[in-house]
Design a protein around this ligand. Structure first.
Ligand SMILES: Nc1nc2c(ncn2[C@@H]2O[C@H](COP(=O)(O)OP(=O)(O)OP(=O)(O)O)[C@@H](O)[C@H]2O)c(=O)[nH]1
Ligand SMILES: [Mg+2]
Length: 317
C-alpha cells in the first residue's frame, strides 16, 4: 500500500549549495570537452560555451525539480492538519509555484543564448565570451529571485522529513496526560520500546510512535509530551493536540501523586477536541505520596484487553 513516508522526503540543499552544484556540473562538462579536438578555435569556443551552459542549466533545473517536496494540499488528511499547525501551507504552495514557474524560464533563456552562440554572425571568441557572461548573469539573477522560495521549501521539507510515520490505514491511539505521569513508561511497556523516561517533567520532546499489535490488528500508538493546563504551548505540544481529532482512542495516564484537579482540567481539554473514547490508566508509583485515588486500569495487559474490546465494539457497530 502506498502511503506517505516522511523520512523519504528529500531535503533540498541550501540555495548557495544548489547553485554551487550547478557550477560544478558545468566545470565537469568543461573539463570533459577540453579533451576533445575541434576544427577551429572558434568552434571549440562555441561548443565549450554552449555545452557547459547546457550542463549548468540541466543541473540547476533538476535540482529545482527535486527541491519541491509533496505539497501540503497533496498530503493525507492527518499530515495536512499537522502541517497547518507547524507552517503556513499557503506560503509553501506559493514558494513551490514560484520555483516551478522559474524552471522553464531557465530553460528558455539557455536555449535562446545557445542559439545566439551558434549563429554564424558570432565570429570571435570574445563575442562568445560576452554571450556566456550574459547567460550567467541572467540565470543567476533569476536564481536570486527564487532563493527565498527555495529556502521556504527547504524548511518545509525538513519539517515533513521529521514528522512521525502515521499511515492512514492504521488507527491512532494517543497516550496523553500531565507531565511526568508515566506516559512514556506505559508506551515502552506496551510496545517494548526504549523511549527516554525520567523523573522530571517534559522529558518527552518529540512524538514517540510505534505499532502496537492487538488481537484486533495493528494500531499506531503515539506517546505525547505532557500537557499542562496553560495557554502557551510549544510546537511539539501543538502537534500532539493536532492529532487529538485523528485519534481513535485516547489513553489518559493519571498519577495518584499529582492533584486530581489538574488531571480533570486536562481531561476536559481533550474532551473538547474529540468524542473518541477516553481510557483512564493509573500509573501507580510505589513510595510516592498519594493525593487521590483515580479510577482506571492499572496494568498494561488489562489495558490491551480494554483497547481491543473498544476497537472491536466499534467495528461491530
Ligand atoms: N515506581 C514507579 N515509577 C514509575 C512508574 N511509571 C512511571 N514511573 C516513574 O515516573 C517518572 C516519569 O515517567 P515517564 O514515563 O518519563 O513520564 P511521562 O509522563 O512520559 O513524562 P513526560 O514525558 O515528561 O510528560 C519516571 O521516573 C518513571 O520511572 C511505575 O509504574 N512505578
Ligand atoms: Mg514522556
Amino acid at each position: 500500500m502506498s502511503s506517505f513516508q516522511p523520512n523519504r522526503v528529500n531535503i533540498p540543499p541550501p540555495p548557495d549549495r544548489l547553485l554551487e552544484n550547478a557550477f560544478a556540473a558545468a566545470r565537469r562538462k568543461q573539463e570533459e570537452l577540453r579533451q576533445r579536438s575541434y576544427k577551429t578555435p572558434l568552434s571549440r569556443g562555441k561548443t565549450l560555451a554552449k555545452d557547459t551552459l547546457k550542463a549548468f542549466t540541466r543541473s540547476l533545473t533538476q535540482q529545482l525539480h527535486q527541491a519541491v517536496p509533496p505539497l501540503p494540499s497533496a498530503l493525507p488528511p492527518r499530515y495536512q492538519s499537522i502541517i497547518r499547525i507547524l507552517t503556513n501551507p499557503d506560503e509553501v504552495e506559493r514558494a513551490a509555484r514560484r520555483v516551478q514557474h522559474a524552471i522553464p524560464i531557465f530553460q528558455r533563456i539557455t536555449r535562446a543564448i545557445r542559439r545566439s552562440m551558434s549563429s554564424p554572425r558570432v565570429q570571435t571568441r570574445s563575442e562568445v565570451d560576452r554571450l556566456k557572461r550574459h547567460a550567467i548573469g541572467r540565470l543567476t539573477s533569476l536564481y536570486n529571485d527564487i532563493r527565498d522560495a527555495i529556502s521556504i521549501l527547504r524548511d518545509y521539507a525538513r519539517l515533513l522529513h521529521d514528522l512521525p510515520f502515521l499511515p492512514e490505514e492504521y488507527q491512532i491511539i494517543l497516550i496523553m496526560g500531565l507531565p511526568n505521569t508515566g506516559k512514556t513508561t506505559l508506551y515502552n511497556q506496551l510496545t517494548q520500546s526504549e523511549a527516554e523516561t525520567a523523573a522530571y517533567a517534559f522529558t518527552t520532546q518529540r512524538l514517540n510512535t510505534a505499532f502496537l499489535t492487538l488481537p484486533t490488528g495493528r494500531v499506531i500508538l503515539v506517546d505525547t509530551p505532557g500537557l499542562l493546563p496553560r495557554r502557551e504551548k510549544n510546537e511539539i505540544e501543538r502537534l500532539a493536540e493536532a492529532l487529538i481529532p485523528h485519534a481513535r482512542l485516547i489513553i489518559l495516564v493519571q498519577d495518584p501523586a499529582q492533584e486530581a484537579e489538574a488531571h480533570q482540567i486536562i481531561e476536559a481539554h481533550i474532551r473538547e477536541k474529540t468524542s473518541a473514547p477516553l481510557v483512564h490508566y493509573v500509573q501507580e508509583k510505589p513510595g510516592m505520596p498519594v493525593l487521590w485515588q483515580p479510577e482506571g486500569i492499572r496494568s498494561p495487559d488489562e489495558l490491551k484487553e480494554t483497547l481491543s474490546r473498544l476497537l472491536h465494539e466499534d467495528h461491530d457497530a
